[in-house]
Design a binder for this molecule. Structure first.
Ligand code: HEM
Length: 547
């Protein structure tokens, strides 16, 4: 009855003047008009609340508003807001609407374990997001970490995992020796015998980028921390990474924002894509040129390019290069910078004392620690410190998103295949039902961990698409801290205004960034033994001069 009235009222032929329609409308009773208007509003609200996937029956939903869903409430602080909802409603897992997309958030250690680990074969794919996949990635393709699961992704992930497994990582340690030595040498020099406080960020950017470039292309960027190409790559990769962030790009969720006259992001994304293409092509051309001349250094892409049996096509090789350049460039420095910031704080002095004693117990001889850390990981306290740094700063607070390829059961609810999941890794790593005093920085919590005894934290994500660079990341963090702690006493900066913010969310200079970008701060270095340090640096120089 109402359908017919609506249909009749909308049946206005093109050539009928609007006044005729108006007069038809005026003939309707006030009740019918109100009914019609309410119905239209109802339909519009329905349309404005529509999501790519229907509401999941039985799974709690956070109420939102039309068009935006929960985006306005989440603001620029997705991890903390979602974590607070989980606590307020006592729902570890809930569904949300971000614009027109239905997203499930998991917010506790155990709920993440359930979906990401227990059901890892179901939670193996990744969603595509408009800005990154349709604008930024049109030239170089997707990284491994942004690829939906298919045969090609499987091949690329396997190639990267083989290139980054334990024995492979061990073979890269001479490069870690070199980059770590260069970083410490420059910090030592720039701190002018401990008289000048240092902002550590650029030293660790160079450390991470050069390690990635050496592993992937067999090249490194020589020169100081302000070298132009180094700064360009670090800056562009950071901006591109934010185009991937699940909290930075509303146009991923609200299609109307993609219109050219509304979206600035598309223009920016295209510009950054072009800047990135330029250096990626330069690096690849340099490697190909060296291979042609027979002067190339062993590296991941070189091995693939030279292998006639390699089953990877050009696009896949590009994807691996892209992954290798981008994957460690923010994550490794984020941990090193904030870890150092903590050690420099008044609270960090006790931890340094303990760490130094533990290192000296294992390596009492002068210079032993500096060299042996390249071959072995024998100081449990530094291994525990590495884990605690990764947990405490969880530098990708909302982990890279996942899509399920099979139904998953959760507390009697069937979550259908094709659902999109965000791991609130920050909330899970601060879950007080799993971690004792989670807001306290305590390496001791990991001291009695057995190897392989489950996921210690979600800093590297978890399950079937967990970080494939975790062995390398661990070895890098372990080596840097073991060496820094034997070289220096790390002390608070003389000016209190330059002390770091240690809160894992507040320390981030771009709240909507995918990966934590530490706010600037400074630390002081007191050299433990000048003569010894200079000798260790010289020995590293000697060991790595052929690289
Ligand atoms: C401390 C340093 C690092 C941290 C904290 C980190 C963190 C992460 C996280 C949270 C993920 C998402 C995992 C998931 O969805 O469960 C990831 C994925 C990934 N990471 Fe790392 N990462 C680090 C270093 C590296 C390095 C050095 C490389 C390679 C050189 C690397 C390569 C990758 C790749 C290829 C993926 C995608 C895996 C996939 O989608 O199958 N990461 N990383």
């Amino acid at each position: 009855m109402f359908g017919q009235a609506l249909a009749r009222s909308l049946e206005v032929e093109d050539d009928v003047p609007s006044s005729k329609a108006m007069s038809m409308f005026s003939q309707l009773s006030p009740t019918t008009v109100s009914f019609l208007l309410l119905s239209i509003i109802f339909v519009l609200i329905k349309l404005a609340n529509r999501t790519d996937q229907p509401k999941i029956k039985g799974l709690p939903e956070i109420p939102g508003v039309p068009v935006f869903g929960n985006l306005l409430q989440l603001g620029s602080d997705h991890a903390r807001v979602a974590g607070a909802w989980a606590k307020k409603y006592n729902w570890p897992v809930f569904q949300t609407r971000l614009g027109n997309r239905r997203i499930i958030f998991a917010n506790t250690f155990d709920s993440v374990k359930h979906f990401w680990v227990t059901n890892q074969s179901a939670l193996i794919s990744r969603p595509t997001l408009y800005t990154f996949h349709s604008v930024v990635s049109t030239s170089q393709g997707f990284t491994i970490g942004t690829s939906p699961w298919d045969e090609s992704c499987k091949r690329r992930r396997k190639a990267a995992a083989t290139a980054l497994n334990r024995p492979a990582v061990q073979s890269y340690m001479p490069h870690v020796d070199l980059e770590c030595n260069v970083a410490i040498k420059d910090m030592y020099k720039d701190s002018k015998n401990g008289t000048v406080d240092i902002d550590p960020r650029k030293y660790f950017h160079r450390f991470a980028l050069n390690t990635s470039l050496t592993l992937n292309y067999g090249i490194r960027i020589d020169g100081g921390i302000d070298e132009k190409l180094l700064r360009e790559v670090v800056h562009v990769e950071r901006v591109v990474s934010n185009f991937r962030s699940t909290s930075n790009n509303w146009q991923d969720y609200i299609p109307i924002l993609r219109l050219p006259f509304i979206s600035r992001q598309n223009t920016d994304a295209a510009q950054y894509r072009a800047r990135r293409d330029k250096y990626l092509q330069t690096f690849l051309d340099m490697l190909k040129d060296r291979i042609a001349k027979g002067t190339d250094n062993p590296c991941i892409t070189g091995t693939i390019l030279k292998d006639p049996e390699a089953k990877l096509n050009d696009a896949e090789i590009k994807s691996i290069c892209l992954t290798m350049v981008s994957a460690g460039i923010d994550t490794v420095p984020g941990n090193l910078i904030m870890g150092l910031g903590y050690l420099a704080s008044p609270e960090g002095q006790e931890i340094q004392k303990k760490a130094y004693e533990e290192i000296m117990k294992v390596y009492p001889e002068d210079g032993e620690a500096w060299e042996k850390c390249l071959y072995e990981e024998k100081v449990p306290y530094i291994t525990a410190l590495t884990k605690e740094i990764l947990r405490f700063w969880t530098v990708i607070p909302i982990c890279l998103p996942r899509t399920s390829i099979k139904d998953i059961e959760y507390n009697g609810v069937t979550v259908p295949a094709g659902s999109v999941f965000y791991m609130n890794a920050w909330a899970a790593d601060y879950d007080d039902s799993h971690f004792k005093d989670p807001t306290k920085f305590m390496p001791e919590r990991y001291l009695n961990d057995q190897e392989g005894s489950g996921t210690p934290h979600y800093g590297y994500g978890a399950g079937s698409r967990m970080c494939v660079g975790s062995h390398l990341g661990n070895r890098e963090i372990y080596t840097v801290f073991l060496r820094m702690l034997t070289a220096f006493e790390i002390v608070p900066a003389q000016d209190k205004n330059e002390w770091p913010i240690l809160d894992p969310i507040e320390c981030n200079s771009i709240p909507t960034a995918l990966t934590t970008e530490p706010k600037p701060f400074k630390v002081g270095f007191r050299i433990r033994n000048k003569e010894s340090l200079e000798r260790w640096i010289k020995e590293s120089d000697e060991r790595t001069k052929h690289l």
